[in-house]
Write a new protein. Structure first.
Length: 389
């Protein structure tokens, strides 16, 4: 018992020497667990059933509404911008002495593109001018010849009249026996000669008149030979003017990187291309099922991939005469045993109505086209009719 008491005293001393410790927080005692109520299985089954029916019904109603009220706007991404491409060629042959363009340059109508050596064509024009002067001189000579023939005819006519009077006098004297028969024969011979000379003079008048085109009073420049010379002169002047080639329209020069000074070009040989920026349209290939209510004049919107946030206004210009397969190099032969029906596409041309947009667009750009047909499906569409929007 003494040993136990000593131990208790020792413990008491140690507790008195140790620092005071904070009192421990009281421990909360959890309330006693209450039993959970049993789940109502019938209510859960009913909610699930309503959800399973309501969700498909809502999707069907929404989809049906979208389908019935849709169909007015027909859209396709199978579309490209197109611009007229003109092959630039020279009407005259020669060597290039001036080039004022470079590849992808923007030019205006009337700008000088290049020039051919004009010297040979200036010489040809001078020769044509000389030919015109010669033709005019020839006409004046024909007019002078006609006047000379007229004078000769009048002179020969006087000779015939004189010879006729001599013959009549000789015949009267021979009848009276005053003159010899030989004198009568001589007078008759002189009369015949005078008549023959008059006939020759009259033929000369006809020939000179024919040389003047049947009209002795014809204007010199209206004579056929002069007109031919003037036409040749105009042709030479035209060839000289064509040595300077100008842009036929506003556009962008293309494929002209190898076109240089000193190159010899032939007449009519394509040299490079000019893409006309003022003539821009869109070729959109719609499915045949999208063309039911599409017609020229309807409004459309075009979005170009290059400018995704910008919309260009357009109008349906024309609908193609047939599908692309009909105009392909090798049309499909459907009279075979392995024929499969495929929805065809028909090209539709749309004209841009925004003039400023044409300068920013380039041929071949991809586009998305949306056409407002003005006709939605509507409820009667189920029975084969549509409702106008």
């Amino acid at each position: 018992m003494n040993a136990v008491a000593k131990i208790d005293e020792k413990v008491t001393e140690l507790e008195m020497e140790a620092p005071a410790q904070p009192a421990a927080a009281p421990v909360a005692v959890a309330p006693p667990m209450q039993p959970a109520p049993a789940p109502v299985k019938k209510k859960r089954r009913l909610g699930r059933s309503l959800l399973m029916v309501a969700l498909p019904a809502a999707l069907a109603i929404g989809g049906g509404y979208v389908w019935i009220t849709g169909g007015r706007y027909q859209e396709t991404e199978n579309a490209n911008l197109q611009q007229a491409k003109v092959s630039i060629a020279s009407d005259t042959a020669g060597r290039i002495v001036q080039v004022d363009i470079f590849d992808n340059q923007l030019v205006k109508q009337g700008d000088v593109l290049f020039a051919i050596d004009p010297e040979p064509y200036r010489i040809a024009l001078a020769q044509a001018d000389a030919a015109v002067a010669g033709a005019r001189l020839n006409v004046e000579q024909l007019r002078a010849a006609y006047g000379q023939s007229m004078a000769q005819q009048r002179s020969d006519a006087s000779e015939v009249a004189f010879a006729q009077s001599q013959f009549d006098r000789a015949a009267d004297l021979a009848q009276k026996g005053i003159n010899a028969k030989s004198s009568l024969d001589q007078a008759k011979n002189d009369l015949d000669k005078a008549k023959q000379q008059l006939a020759v003079a009259e033929q000369g008048i006809i020939s000179a008149k024919a040389g003047l085109g049947g009209n002795p009073d014809i204007e010199t420049d209206k004579h056929p030979t002069v007109m031919a010379a003037l036409a040749a002169r105009d042709k030479a002047a035209y060839d000289l003017a064509q040595t300077t080639v100008k842009a036929p329209a506003d556009g962008v020069v293309s494929q002209a990187s190898s076109f240089k000074v000193g190159q010899y070009v032939g007449s009519g040989t394509p040299l490079f291309s000019l893409v006309e920026t003022g003539d821009t349209w869109v070729d959109a290939n719609f499915k045949e099922t999208q063309l039911t209510h599409m017609k020229p004049g309807q409004k459309a919107e075009i979005v170009v991939d290059t400018y995704p946030g910008k919309t260009f206004e357009a109008t349906v210009k024309a609908i193609g005469a047939g599908t692309g397969a009909e105009f392909s190099l090798l049309p499909a032969q459907n009279a075979t045993g392995n024929w499969v029906k495929v929805t065809q596409r028909i090209p539709v041309r749309l004209e841009l109505t925004d003039a400023d947009a044409k300068m920013a667009l380039r041929t071949g750009m991809s586009a998305t086209v949306t056409v407002d047909t003005g006709v939605a499906r509507g409820f009667p569409a189920i029975f084969g009719h549509a409702t106008a929007g």
